[in-house]
Structures are given as structure tokens and as C-alpha cells.
Design a protein around this ligand. Structure first.
Ligand SMILES: NC(=O)c1ccc[n+]([C@@H]2O[C@H](COP(=O)([O-])OP(=O)(O)OC[C@H]3O[C@@H](n4cnc5c(N)ncnc54)[C@H](O)[C@@H]3O)[C@@H](O)[C@H]2O)c1
Ligand SMILES: [Zn+2]
Length: 371
């Protein structure tokens, strides 16, 4: 069993990574039940069909009273209406503060469930069972929970840490290939900001990872990613400083995601493109070695994404950037790299430089170019 501790005083918790861990959720959550026996399992339709039974069985065997609550899937349902419906159902089913909320699913289920847990009865303990690669390496760890507002993504939320995170990498076998690429993108991000050998390992073993050919290697890179996220969150739980480094690739990534229309290009795919852009700006504006940088950019462009940038409207992307909270005094706040694992936060990148980089990105990233 691989274990990573997220060390934040009395809110510290463990992330455990092991194949088939979903079969022993009951045993793992026992320490957090405080003599209560009611568990609310929150899950989306797809994941319910695939994995809810093995989780409920492991809980019922130990005498827990489990209710399954179905969450609508899709970013458009990550909102206060869904949250409110869940409050109603949990209250109707006599849940109280002594119960446990268990989120089984990707980042959407995790974010909604965590927000419900943070706010209902001023806080119910909750556990994350992430089932997408992105949620396993990113959203389930760190305690950011929340939902979208019509004015923007994740505008309503809280910092609320889970009691434990249980990661079973075998569930990735049923995941859509594009979703795997999204998680892979976030793993590369950890490599870029903190660990050159993780980055190299991921680039060298791209096919093996994306085809899930070696579960030990997958477990190892999930563990390393969670370690890096845990280190950063432990240092800066509420994003006052170093946690901002996790935005590497996300400034331009969000603008691309936003202007292509949500759902067309997926978050992790946009982040991969955003990281290419950040690398390019790092080569042009900082002393990042161009030979090394361009060779990495080439391998990133080789990742076959589900959507290209041919129709990207640069004006729309620039507007999305300007609306982004990372802008201050007309200058964009960027995480750039002096070298791999040597990130810096830079605030003097002009909108013109970003526009030029977007033009470059569109030219380089055309459909069919990837392998
Ligand atoms: N809280 C954070 O720190 C944080 C960080 C990054 C992203 N996020 C949020 O995470 C969300 C994206 O999460 P995501 O990428 O996991 O997407 P997602 O939750 O939408 O899941 C993607 C799809 O995969 C399906 N699925 C999940 N697990 C599966 C499995 N094992 N097999 C087959 N299908 C499966 C889901 O039903 C869904 O259709 C966004 O809302 C984003 O804002 C939050
Ligand atoms: Zn991300």
C-alpha cells in the first residue's frame, strides 16, 4: 500500500493508493465513523453502474447503513441546484453531523460532495474515492471544494479537507482515453514545477501510461503527483503563495477552455496546450534552455488531443484572460519556468506577448499532427 500524508495540523489526512482498494473501503473508513453507522455514498450514474456495488458491499459487511445518492453528471450540473437537492435528500433521510459522506467519482462528484459536506450542519466528515486520473492526482487532494456560478467556474466553494482519500488505480481501466490524457496533463504539471525525473518518466513512458500497460508505474506516478500536491498544500493550504504554482499551464489553458466552449476541449487537454504556451514564453522571456524547451514542446504536441485549435478565436481567448482573476494592473500573472522544477511567478507579461503566443499555438497545433 502506498501512503501519502497531507500535513495540515489537525486537518491532516492520508491518501492511500492501492489496486482494488475500493473493495476495502469499509475497513479504511472505520476510524472516522465515531460510533455512527450511516454512510451517504454520492455517485454519478456511470460510476454507480461500474463501482458502487463493490463499495457498498465492503461497507454493509461491516454493519454500516448505506444510502446511495445519485448526482447528475456534467459541468453544467455542478451548481447550487444540485447542492440544494442533495441537502433535501440528506435531511429527509435523517442524516446528521455524525454521519459520513463518501464521494465516489471524478472531480465533479468530489467537488459537489465536498461542498455539501462542508456546509450541511456546519460540516460533515467526508471521504474521497476518486475514479478519474485527474481526480486521483489533483482534485481529491487539497480540500478545494465547490460549485460553479453562472458568472464563472468554481466561484462558490470552501477549503474543506477530507478525512482520507482512497485511490484505486484499477478503476482507470474503464475511463475514456481523453479523460486519461487530462490526468496525464496534470501529472506533467507536477513534473514541470517540482520534479524533473517525474516529467522525464512521463514523457518517456507516454504510451505505457496512457494505455495503462503497467499498473505499478501508474501507481508510482500517482503517488509522486499526490506527494507533490500534498507538499504544496501543506505549505500553503489557502493559496496565498506557493499553491499558485499549481496554476502552471492554467492561465492560457483556462482561456482556451473558455473560448472553445466548455466540453469541446477538456480541461486537462487545455492545460497541456497552456503548458506549451508557458514553456514558449519561458524560452522567450526567461533563460529557459531553448533546445531542451523545444524538445519538450515537440513531445507535448505529439499527444493526440480530442480537439484542435483551428477554430480558436484569439479575441475571445484574450477577453477570457482579461476576465481571469490572475490579472493585475493590465499585466498577466504567469507561472513560468527558469528550468524544469524552477518555477517563478512573473507579472510583467504583456497582452501582446500572450496574443503572439496564442497565434504560435494555433499554427503549431493542427488536427492530425499528433501521433
Ligand atoms: N477541487 C480541486 O482542487 C479541483 C482540481 C482540478 C479540477 N477540479 C474540478 O474537477 C472537475 C473535473 O473532474 P474530472 O476530470 O474528474 O471529470 P468528471 O468528474 O466530469 O469525470 C469525467 C467523466 O468520467 C466518468 N467517470 C469517472 N470515473 C470513471 C471511471 N473510473 N470509469 C469510467 N468513467 C468514469 C464520469 O462519470 C464523467 O462522465 C471540474 O469540475 C474541475 O473544476 C477540481
Ligand atoms: Zn487543472
Amino acid at each position: 500500500m502506498r501512503t501519502v500524508t497531507v500535513d495540515i495540523a489537525e486537518r491532516s489526512y492520508r491518501t492511500m493508493i492501492d489496486q482494488h482498494l475500493l473493495m476495502s473501503v469499509g475497513e479504511q473508513i472505520q476510524p472516522y465513523m465515531n460510533n455512527a453507522n450511516k454512510v451517504a455514498l454520492l455517485v454519478s450514474k456511470t460510476v454507480k453502474k461500474l463501482y458502487a456495488e463493490r463499495v457498498t458491499r465492503s461497507l454493509i459487511i461491516l454493519g454500516y447503513d448505506v444510502n446511495v445518492f445519485l448526482l447528475p453528471s456534467g459541468e453544467e450540473n455542478k451548481n447550487l441546484t444540485t447542492v440544494s437537492e442533495l441537502y433535501d435528500e440528506l435531511i429527509e433521510n435523517a442524516y446528521d453531523r455524525s454521519c459520513l459522506i463518501v464521494a465516489l467519482g471524478g472531480g465533479i462528484v468530489g467537488d459537489i460532495s465536498g461542498f455539501v459536506a462542508s456546509s450541511l450542519f456546519r460540516g460533515i466528515p467526508f471521504v474521497q474515492l476518486p475514479t478519474t486520473l485527474l481526480s486521483q492526482v489533483d482534485s481529491s487532494v487539497g480540500g478545494k471544494v465547490g460549485v460553479n456560478h453562472p458568472q464563472g467556474k468554481n466561484l462558490i466553494g470552501a477549503f474543506y479537507q477530507p478525512k482520507i482519500v482512497l485511490i484505486d488505480p484499477t478503476v482507470l481501466k474503464t475511463l475514456d482515453h481523453r479523460e486519461l490524457i487530462c490526468g496525464y496533463g496534470e501529472i506533467l504539471k507536477y513534473g514541470f514545477i517540482r520534479d524533473a525525473s517525474l516529467l522525464q518518466k512521463c514523457l518517456d513512458n507516454k504510451q505505457t501510461i496512457l494505455e495503462l500497460k503497467d499498473m505499478e508505474l501508474i501507481s508510482e506516478i500517482i503517488q509522486r503527483s499526490v506527494e507533490i500536491k500534498a507538499e504544496i498544500v501543506s505549505e500553503d493550504e489557502q493559496e496565498a503563495g506557493v499553491r499558485m504554482l499549481l496554476n502552471f499551464g492554467h492561465t492560457i489553458g483556462h482561456a482556451i477552455e473558455n473560448s472553445c466552449g466548455y466540453g469541446k476541449i477538456l480541461h486537462g487537454e487545455a492545460v497541456i496546450l497552456g503548458m506549451c504556451a508557458a514553456l514558449k514564453i519561458s524560452i522567450d522571456k526567461l533563460e529557459f534552455d531553448p533546445v531542451k524547451g523545444n524538445s519538450i514542446i515537440d513531445s507535448l504536441f505529439n499527444i493526440k488531443l480530442g480537439h484542435d485549435l483551428a477554430g480558436l478565436d484569439i479575441d475571445k481567448a484574450m477577453m477570457a484572460l482579461m476576465r481571469d482573476k490572475k490579472i493585475r494592473d493590465g499585466k498577466l500573472n504567469f507561472v513560468l519556468l527558469k528550468d524544469i522544477a524552477l518555477p517563478v511567478i512573473v507579472n510583467d507579461i504583456s497582452p501582446e506577448k500572450v496574443r503572439e503566443t496564442l497565434e504560435w499555438l494555433i499554427k503549431r497545433f493542427t488536427i492530425g499532427a499528433g501521433s
